[in-house]
Design a protein around this ligand. Structure first.
Ligand SMILES: [Zn+2]
Length: 378
């Protein structure tokens, strides 16, 4: 059967793939180190250009460069998204070197999401080598700052998404291999409270405590959490005051917001920006906003998933879907109404954790799925 032949093609290439995976891991690329990210992007550019891709570089300012690669021809296009940056500092590979053990590949960034480059490269090579017909071009955006909010790459991602029939995001799968068909939106906010300092023993009535004020707002914000609708508001960091015998003149908080739909985003945002001082002498200033809109499971996404599930069944594995509270660049493209399938990358576990790994057995089927999505969808 042709599909099994496609899976077998990738099974036979596992040794070469593991060598490439090692190179991916060893090009360390923390979001906050533009030089390191650019060394990695130069490496990737060379590899994909060697397969016939054309590359446009969008220089980052205080971030690494973002790449747009185009492969193949056609009026229509499919967009593949992979982020080059990881959460790991340079030097992490020396502490936790790349290794293959127990049928798994271990190394910083392999699961989130360097495996995405391996999958995409192998898909292109197979389409070429096996002469698989393609009626659209493949556009790939490799960005440098996904882990820190994609502020320098968002415009490029959105521009290419608007030109695309659908978007494939090579972020890691959910544990067990499922795709991500909905993601919560995420926001980050800071609250600065200013009060009036005073000696807590001799002049306490002259003071207005910024800490007391902030405490009041923290409780109100936590009350916005509604597990039913999927909304969470977490005041994750607080600081303030100077000494125990001083009425605190300053206090601040950092808040993480997660929402499942746009109306909840609006509700929480307006509550945050509507915070008012409860006492005179106090000022409350809120900054920040929603970083990523929610990726809601639209009809287009559901249709894309059903097709992927059918392809997977033909390729010999069962594909499931789930929702996640974590965001990705798929949030941006889905929010534009472009059908987006996320979590197509590595099967494994341990995003942002030291047990990060990818399962080798799952690789051939997953790349075969990617090939079929790129060449046969719609
Ligand atoms: Zn990621």
């Amino acid at each position: 059967m042709a599909d099994n032949a496609l899976v077998r093609h990738f099974e036979n290439r596992i040794p070469e793939m593991l060598e490439f995976a090692k190179e991916l891991v060893e090009h360390e690329s923390p979001s906050t180190d533009p030089q390191a990210v650019n060394r990695f992007s130069a490496f990737l550019r060379g590899v994909f250009e060697a397969e016939g891709a054309t590359c446009e570089v969008f220089p980052g300012t205080d971030r690494g460069d973002n790449l747009k690669l185009t492969w193949g021809q056609g009026d229509k296009q499919v967009l593949v998204l992979c982020h080059m940056d990881t959460v790991w500092p340079v030097g992490e590979v020396a502490r936790r070197p790349f290794r293959v053990e127990d049928g798994k590949v271990w190394g910083p960034g392999i699961y989130d999401m360097k495996a995405g480059f391996l999958y995409t490269l192998e898909a292109i090579r197979a389409i070429k080598q096996l002469g698989i017909k393609m009626n659209r071009k493949l556009v790939m955006v490799f960005n440098s700052d996904e882990e820190i909010g994609s502020t320098s790459s968002r415009a490029l991602i959105e521009e290419e998404a608007k030109k695309s029939e659908f978007v494939l995001v090579l972020e890691p799968s959910v544990r067990g291999g499922g795709l991500k068909t909905s993601r919560k939106g995420q926001g980050t906010f800071s609250i600065q409270v200013t009060g009036v300092s005073a000696h807590s023993g001799s002049d306490p009535e002259r003071g207005v405590s910024a800490i007391g004020e902030l405490a009041h707002h923290i409780l109100a914000l936590h009350a916005l959490t509604d597990f039913q609708t999927g909304t969470t508001v977490n005041v994750g960091v607080v600081s303030g005051g100077s000494r125990s015998n001083v009425v605190a003149a300053r206090a601040s908080a950092e808040v993480d917001v997660r929402v499942a739909n746009a109306s909840e985003a609006a509700r929480v945002e307006s509550a945050l920006f509507g915070l008012k001082p409860t006492r005179s002498g106090i000022s409350v200033n809120v900054t920040g906003g929603m970083v990523r809109p929610p990726m809601e499971r639209s009809e287009g996404i559901a249709r894309l998933f059903q097709q992927a599930k059918a392809f997977a069944a033909e390729l010999g594995f069962e594909l499931t879907e789930s929702a996640t509270g974590a965001g990705s660049d798929g949030n941006f493209t889905a929010a534009l109404g472009v059908p987006t399938l996320d979590g197509l990358g590595a099967v494994g576990d341990g995003s942002h954790a030291i047990h990060e790994h990818m399962v080798i057995d799952a690789i051939p089927g997953r790349i075969a799925l990617l090939v079929r999505l790129i060449t046969e969808m719609g």
